[in-house]
Design a binder for this molecule. Sequence first.
Ligand SMILES: [Zn+2]
Length: 364
Amino acid sequence: MWVSRQESKFAHTCLRKKSQLPLDQHIASRAQTSTRSLIIEEAHPPTVDLHCHLRGAIAPAHAEELAWKHSIALPKAAANGRYCFSTFEEFLTLYDQVGHVIRSAHDLCDVATRYLETVSNQGTCYVEFMISPGHSIANGIDFDSQLAALVDAFDLAQAEFDVFGSIIATCVRHRGPEEATDIAEMCAKRTHPRLRGFGLTGNEHKFHIEEFEGPFMVAQDAGLSLTAHVGEWGNAQEVLRAVDVLNLQRVGHGISVSDEPNIMDELSERKVGFEVCLSSNVQLGASASFKEHQALKMLEAGCLVALSTDDPAYFDTTPNKELFLASKHLELPQARLDQIFSDSIEIAFCDDATKSMLYQRASR
Ligand SMILES: [Zn+2]
């Protein structure tokens, strides 16, 4: 059973501190935040997205289009232009049902291209897509074709929309270490400059993290950077253990570290990156609310945080919207928002030339 985490108390503390400001300063502070949020929403400052599942980026209308094309019945929860779910279990069920509409490499390329075009219009300049080779192989798309489709999508997006990107191949924890090893070995055999990362998704409570040490070593030896979903539902100790056992550079979510300051400080000092997904955490219940999101405490501790979308089509979000939400609800000053952008580039899985180009976007 996956269990929601306890509410963070830190945001309450911060809000209390804010309320201790003289009233005129407090009103001015809120007005500045409000104005800045509107500017973000409308002016589209540069953003990056380091945690975006390709299967989670299929717009509902596109899913209906693909379902019709392949004669696949979609559930009612995916009809009428939006995905409907009210519990985590409903979300997972719907996610798997909709994922079946991607039946060819062309579909994969199309989903990626449409998302990249959409977010590039809002200032996004870099996206890392997490692909799930196991699911796509089950849908009849071999790994070479998956890679070729994503490379085509990124090449097109770079030329047409001025957005750059990399690929993270992920294995699924609850599908076990055997499939994870197969995927790591496929990645090691088929290197490509855009295939930059290897990751672990899925149910944090299935299998011991140590069982994935082998596949992560294979991926690391192949030159891939490493990330894993931990600390979304599991505790801070489990985050630290995963970082150590799998030798992770980044953590997907990892928000439970805010419960244990010693671990949070240690991972901050070790420059471990955190892919933080506000909309996902709030809508699925891992965070009590935007205002109480654990990101605030992580940022205060100096953690390297990258705001990300997770499954943008399901959470009705974009990188621009995540930045807007952080500005509005966490009341982050502009300097902190700028820091998030540069930290995100620092922990991105791309080469130095791409990072230099992305840093320049911020100064335009
Ligand atoms: Zn995710």
